[in-house]
Design a protein around this ligand. Structure first.
Ligand code: ADP
Ligand code: MG
Length: 373
């Protein structure tokens, strides 16, 4: 793997959908840029207002500078944000690896390619990895933070580079390329009902020649794709990369996080710790409750009802915080011994602007704390 000019850290935020991966990625990137680092954050489908506050509303793949000087005019850091455009990334790769401009045009104009590049399982995840690789390789950043796709198929993301490599080797692609010959087409027709029926549904009949052409031309790009995919795999396992597992105290998110943890271990990917988002802290003990002030226009019964509801709300909050602590305990018990865990409290309002994101910075790790455990 050809290394960039200086060590660029890579932090990958993963976890199930809705737990706060995009929020945590943006908040980490913002925190470190405000400390003076040059940071890139690649987000996936940020909420509209978050995209606006990061100024990436309409931009997509190309890096835009986030106006962090609004928070700290003397800040020497830099934050570039971008949103993954999987299709544009794939197109760029095709242009890069095609032996000639004509070969690139044939692929880019091919309808099977247009289908496969956006809808085949894992292509989104693979392109996220590709963009990560490009940002890392540019050597422009101290750290690159990657948000991950809101995929229910966690493995698609974690295995994407592996999958692409084996796809290129002897997997589906190499098998599918056979359709360039007539007997191969019979194999496709007979052998994979699922593949052919999906293709026919999407593309209609009579586009067989186009598919064959795609695989024929794509063959020339294999070596490039394969080599790149192996480089991406190496990047995911290098010593400056860590995976942060984002979760919430909810049992379903915790179970997903444990599943991710097992996959990370299985794939020997470097785990850097947990971020448990939206936690509720234990309330302070209630002071001795006052008797009803004489001037208050409430009956004794009404006053008592007010006190009862305060006691009950505090009790509920305490029960919830205990529940969260238990959940966090179960999560940590599933991880490697001593793995760090950061808690981000539930905020009163959605975290959609720079100020809000900066507000949770102190709950999140320092970059120096993120080492594989
Ligand atoms: N600690 C928090 N307190 C309050 N709201 C939060 C918190 N973290 C995230 N959110 C909100 O939860 C929603 C989902 O977060 P998001 O980062 O988009 O999740 P994911 O990327 O994992 O799908 C967003 O509307 C976000 O503003
Ligand atoms: Mg997200």
């Amino acid at each position: 793997m050809s290394a960039p000019h200086r060590a660029t850290r890579v932090v990958i935020c993963c976890g199930s959908g809705g737990v706060g991966k995009t929020t945590a990625s943006a908040a980490l990137a913002l925190k470190w840029s405000l400390q003076g680092m040059k940071v890139a954050v690649l987000t996936i489908d940020p909420a509209r207002r978050l995209a606006d506050s990061l100024s990436i509303g309409e931009i997509g793949n190309s890096a835009v500078s986030v106006p962090i000087e609004r928070l700290d005019p003397s800040c020497s850091g830099r934050l570039d944000a971008m949103m993954l455009d999987a299709k544009a990334t794939f197109d760029e790769l095709v242009r890069r690896f095609a032996p000639t401009d004509r070969a690139a045009s044939r692929i880019l104009g091919n309808r099977y390619y247009q289908f496969a590049s956006t809808r085949l399982g894992g292509s989104h995840e693979y392109m996220a990895m590709e963009r990560l690789y490009e940002l890392w390789h540019s050597g422009e950043y101290d750290v690159v933070v990657l948000d991950t796709p809101p995929t229910r198929h966690a493995l698609d993301f974690l295995r994407a580079p592996d999958r692409m490599a084996s796809l290129m080797d002897e997997g589906v692609l190499r098998w599918l390329v056979m359709p360039a010959s007539r007997s191969g087409w019979r194999a496709l027709e007979l052998g994979s009902e699922a593949v052919s029926s999906v293709l026919k549904k999407v593309m209609g009949e009579g586009t067989v020649a186009e598919i064959a052409e795609f695989f024929e031309v794509f063959r020339d790009l294999w070596d490039g794709f394969r080599a790149r995919s192996l480089e991406v795999q190496a990047l995911l396992r290098q010593q400056d990369t860590v995976f942060l597992l984002i979760s919430s105290p909810a049992p379903s998110a915790r179970e997903d996080a444990i599943y991710f943890l097992e996959r990370l271990a299985e794939l020997q990917l470097p785990f850097g710790g947990f971020v448990v988002n939206r936690t509720v802290a234990e309330p302070l003990p209630l002071p001795e409750l006052p008797t009803r002030p004489g001037e208050l226009a409430l009956s004794d019964a009404q006053w008592q009802a007010c006190l009862d509801s305060i006691v009950s709300a505090t009790g509920q909050r305490r029960a919830l915080s205990l529940d969260h602590e238990r959940s966090i305990g179960a999560l940590r018990a599933a991880g490697p011994a001593g793995a760090p865990c950061w808690r981000v409290p539930e905020q009163e309002r959605d975290l959609h602007d720079l100020q809000g994101l900066a507000g949770i910075g102190s709950d999140l790790p320092e970059l120096s704390q993120l080492r594989p455990s």
